[in-house]
Design a protein around this ligand. Structure first.
Ligand code: SF4
Length: 260
C-alpha cells in the first residue's frame, strides 16, 4: 500500500455523490459486510475481513489539497464518510483520521453536505466538530435475533448502545437518522421493537435494507444460514416486513436484494 492518490472519490451508491474512507479495512468485521472486496487492496484474503484495518498514508494531506484546489466541485454534493469501512471503528481512537477529516472540511469547505454512517458510539467524541458542520449522522441498526448477534456482528457495539448514541447526538443538536440494516428474515418482532424505539425517541429512519446473503460468504458458516435463506424465499415475506416498516415510517425507502 502506497500513499493515497485520492481521498475523496466518486460514489456508485444511489443518491451519494462522493465517498470518503480514511481507513482500509474495518475492525468490526460484520459477517454480512459487502465491503469484503476491499480485502484485495490490502493484499489480504476475503476471509481475513475484520482482522485488519490500516490508516491510509497521506490521506489528510491529499484531502486538504483537493479541497483547496477543487472545492467548488463539491458544493451542494452529498459526501458520505464511511462507504467501505466504519469511520469510528476501533482504530480511529488511535489515529483520529476521521476527526482530522472533519477538521479539514470545517476549514476548507464548511458548507459541504456531509453524511457519516457508523455503528459506533465513538462518534460522540466529535460532537463539538459535528455541530459546526453541515452533517447528518446515520447509525446502522441491525435487526438480528439476540442469539445470533455476536455470530453475525462479532465486534461492533450492541444496537442498544447505538440507539443511545443517536439520542445523545440529537440532544446535542446534531441531525441524526437510523439506517435500519440489515433486516434478518427471522426477526419481525425485533424490527417492531427497534422501530417503536426510534419513534419514541423522535428519530427518523429513511432507509431500510433487507439482508443480502450473497455479498459475504462468511455468513454461510453460521448454522442459521439455511433457515434464513428458506425464510427469505417464503412467498409474501417481503410484504410482511414492508407492512411493518410502513406502519412506522410510511415514506422510507426499502432496499431488497434477490436471494436467488
Ligand atoms: S461496520 Fe460496516 S464496514 Fe465495518 S464490517 Fe461492519 S458493515 Fe462492514
Amino acid at each position: 500500500m502506497g500513499r493515497v492518490r485520492n481521498s475523496i472519490i466518486r460514489s456508485g451508491i444511489p443518491s451519494v455523490d462522493y465517498s470518503v474512507n480514511p481507513y482500509l479495512g474495518c475492525g468490526f468485521g460484520c459477517r454480512f459486510c459487502y465491503a469484503i472486496f476491499m480485502s484485495r487492496f490490502a493484499g489480504r484474503k476475503p476471509e481475513e475481513w475484520g482482522s485488519f484495518a490500516y490508516p491510509k498514508e497521506g490521506f489528510i494531506e491529499t484531502l486538504e489539497r483537493e479541497l483547496v484546489r477543487n472545492g467548488s466541485r463539491y458544493r451542494g454534493k452529498r459526501i458520505l464518510i464511511g462507504t467501505v469501512m466504519d469511520p469510528y471503528q476501533p482504530i480511529e481512537s488511535r489515529y483520529g483520521l476521521t476527526r482530522e477529516t472533519l477538521k479539514v472540511f470545517r476549514k476548507y469547505n464548511p458548507g459541504a453536505h456531509l453524511e457519516i454512517l457508523t455503528r459506533s458510539s465513538l462518534v460522540l467524541r466529535d460532537a463539538d466538530l459535528l455541530r459546526e458542520l453541515n452533517v447528518r449522522v446515520g447509525m446502522s441498526l441491525s435487526i438480528i435475533r439476540r442469539e445470533h448477534f455476536r455470530e453475525v456482528e462479532p465486534k461492533s457495539p450492541p444496537v442498544e448502545v447505538r440507539m443511545e448514541t443517536l439520542s445523545k447526538l440529537k440532544e446535542k443538536g446534531i441531525r441524526v437518522y437510523g439506517f435500519v440494516a440489515p433486516v434478518f428474515p427471522d426477526a419481525p418482532d425485533i424490527l417492531e421493537e427497534v422501530l417503536g424505539e426510534l419513534k419514541r425517541r423522535g428519530i427518523d429512519a429513511p432507509l431500510f435494507e433487507l439482508l443480502s446473503p450473497g455479498r459475504n460468504p462468511a455468513l454461510r458458516n453460521i448454522p442459521a444460514y439455511s433457515r434464513w435463506v428458506r425464510l427469505v424465499r417464503t412467498p409474501g415475506i417481503f410484504d410482511r416486513f414492508q407492512m411493518i416498516i410502513r406502519r412506522y415510517f410510511p415514506h422510507s425507502r426499502i432496499i431488497r436484494h434477490s436471494w436467488r
